[in-house]
Design a protein around this ligand. Sequence first.
Ligand code: ZN
Length: 149
Amino acid sequence: MLRTAAALAALTLSGLAHADAQCSVTIHGTDQMTYDLKTIAVPASCKQFKVTLQHPGTLPKNVMGHNWVLTKKDDLKGVTDDGAKAGENNDYVQPGDTRVLAHTKLIGGNEEASVTLNTQTLKKGDDYVFFCSYPFHATMMKGTLTFSG
Ligand code: ZN
């Protein structure tokens, strides 16, 4: 309730409420190794789409780190395997990995990170997958992103 009110106030203050209201989303990654969203729908009218990841927990990122990574559906396994090798210093994302369409940095409890996605990289009707690439988190922390009209 409070969060919604604050978000609305922030949007109103920014003066961008109308155009940007649906071209962004906030997702939470918790101490219970979950996201609070299973699907994200990006409207085709959005040229850019901003994803804000918040970690409302208390555990540090080396214990319960979360990021938000977007790939095509079939790339999840390869990207998480290579991300695990890349390690925490690289936010569990292999540097320069072209399969990664967008990603935030890795955060711990009480932190926030965001990324703005250029929707030209998305194709209408395709299914994309978003997940946390911290080792083994994607088994629970994943969802589907779609781009449609
Ligand atoms: Zn995680």
